[in-house]
Design a protein around this ligand. Structure first.
Ligand code: HEC
Length: 174
């Protein structure tokens, strides 16, 4: 009995991390036209050091951070993920300031904050009202095994964004 109890506790503890993965394209839609409508606030090599990312935010997000507030519902942040150029030996080619040279767009990761999410969008797949989804460059959902919530949730004190400081600095300057 004791064993079974422990097992169930274990499963319940880890289930939230494995039950769902890859974001929620049913609720978090591809932001059509973001390259024109949003503002690019940073370009950086990804933490994994195998890709390079361009970061965009919509006007609502920028206006919120400019005022020193957290993102207002309606805020959308996009990370374009690019494959870097490699030389003949397969080594990534770095350009200006060590930023990898871009080969091609591989994926578009989206975070959208709303206060009126559809009830069908399970709370546990969101973090601080941010929903997640990742798309192919053509706007179709990209299958993946990432657990978006798991990595972003610990960043509560920076509105769940890794690039928070970059975005705040950008918003305050512009
Ligand atoms: C393993 C941890 C991890 C997982 C899982 C993860 N992210 Fe992130 N995310 C990061 C990191 C780190 C960054 C900062 C850029 C970089 O270095 O990759 C980031 C940046 C972002 C950004 C740009 C805004 C920001 O936070 O700076 C978006 C949008 C984003 N992720 C969406 C997603 C989506 C959608 C998923 C799920 C499909 C996801 N992430 C899963 C770690 C993660």
């Amino acid at each position: 009995m004791k064993y079974r109890f422990k097992f169930i506790t274990l499963v319940c503890t880890f289930l939230p991390f494995y039950a769902h993965s890859g974001g929620d394209p049913d609720f978090v839609k591809f932001p059509e036209g973001y390259q024109q409508a949003f503002t690019q606030y940073d370009t950086a090599n990804r933490a994994n050091q195998t890709q390079v990312a361009k970061f965009y935010a919509n006007d609502i997000a920028i206006a919120s951070y400019k005022k020193g507030e957290e993102a207002t519902p309606g805020s959308v942040v996009v990370m374009e993920i690019y494959e870097p150029k490699k030389d003949a030996a397969g080594k990534i080619i770095s350009g200006k300031e060590g930023i990898f040279e871009i080969e091609k767009l591989a994926a578009v990761a989206v975070m959208e904050k709303r206060s009126d999410w559809d009830k069908a969008f399970s709370q546990e797949n969101r973090t601080g009202d941010w929903g997640f989804a990742v798309y192919n460059p053509n706007g179709t959902p990209k299958s993946n095994d990432l657990n978006c919530v798991q990595c972003h949730t610990p960043l509560k004190n920076q509105d769940y964004l890794f690039s928070f400081q970059k975005l705040v600095d950008f918003a305050k300057k512009n």
